[in-house]
Design a protein around this ligand. Structure first.
Ligand code: GLP
Length: 242
């Protein structure tokens, strides 16, 4: 879906998420959302929060699972994804913090933490709708190029480009963590619906490779081509290379 600008991307994505929340509630089982960090979904979260505040959307009982977290950052660090999700999703939408989950990048045993996270998603009944952004190198979550399409939640090394892209959030480029924990492409593909949002020319190449390029692990987002219900909502600038 190509819309004129970032505002329209946010409203369109918020419509789809609100529909998913309402249809799960109508079936008597509050929705399980997959949520992403990064700047791309911020407008969508703001649009959803406005609807909750206006009393148009009831999010009681809604659960959320984040895609990823840095390894070695204190969860209270302002740039940890625990903090980012609390600031941009949990608090503005008024979700129950007990129902919002982020992978544990500070665990003593990361392998166990990854397996626990997979089990928690499964026990919640799986993700109804997974919201995604896309990295300039085609990553989703922190599944960097060459990630296996069958991968599950695991530790990954961040690509140099991703560390450079995210350096703006840290005091100095070398403060960006080197490793992360991320849901795998296989984990993401298990969600019943995928909704990827992207804005701006900087994403145009990655969007074109995701949508029109070959299915290839060098573009992890091309995995969306395998999903039966994947929506891509982008503005004209992000669509400029299609
Ligand atoms: C990070 C996140 C991704 C996100 C990507 C793009 O690396 N782990 O989930 O999609 O950045 O970020 P932005 O939306 O700020 O361009």
């Amino acid at each position: 879906t190509i819309v004129p600008d970032a505002h329209a991307v946010a409203e369109c994505a918020a419509d789809r998420i609100a529909d998913a929340i309402r249809s799960s509630a109508a079936r008597g089982r509050p929705a399980v959302l997959g949520v992403a960090t990064g700047s791309s979904p911020l407008g969508t979260y703001a649009a959803l929060a406005a609807r909750v505040r206006a009393g148009e959307l009831d999010v009681s009982g809604v659960a959320a699972f984040a895609l990823d977290e840095y390894v070695g950052l204190d969860p209270h660090h302002p740039e940890s994804y625990h903090s980012v999700i609390r600031r941009t999703v949990t608090e503005p939408l008024g979700l129950d913090p007990e129902r919002v989950h982020v992978p544990d990048g500070a665990a003593a045993d990361l392998e166990v933490a990854c397996a626990d996270y997979e089990r928690m998603i499964e026990e919640a009944g799986g993700v109804d709708l997974q919201l995604l952004g896309i990295g300039a190198n085609g990553h989703i979550g922190f599944n960097e190029p060459t990630s296996s399409f069958a991968s599950r939640t695991r530790v990954k090394t961040l690509a140099p480009q991703t560390r450079a892209d995210n350096a703006r959030f840290f005091d100095a480029p070398d403060r960006v963590p080197v490793h992360c924990v991320t849901q795998g492409l296989g984990t993401i593909l298990d969600a019943r619906r995928l909704l990827l949002v992207a804005q701006g020319e900087g994403k145009a190449d990655a969007v074109a490779r995701m949508v029109e390029g070959p299915l290839a692990s060098v573009c992890p987002a091309s995995a969306l081509q395998l999903h039966r219900r994947a929506d891509v909502v982008i503005d004209r600038a992000a669509a400029s290379q299609l």
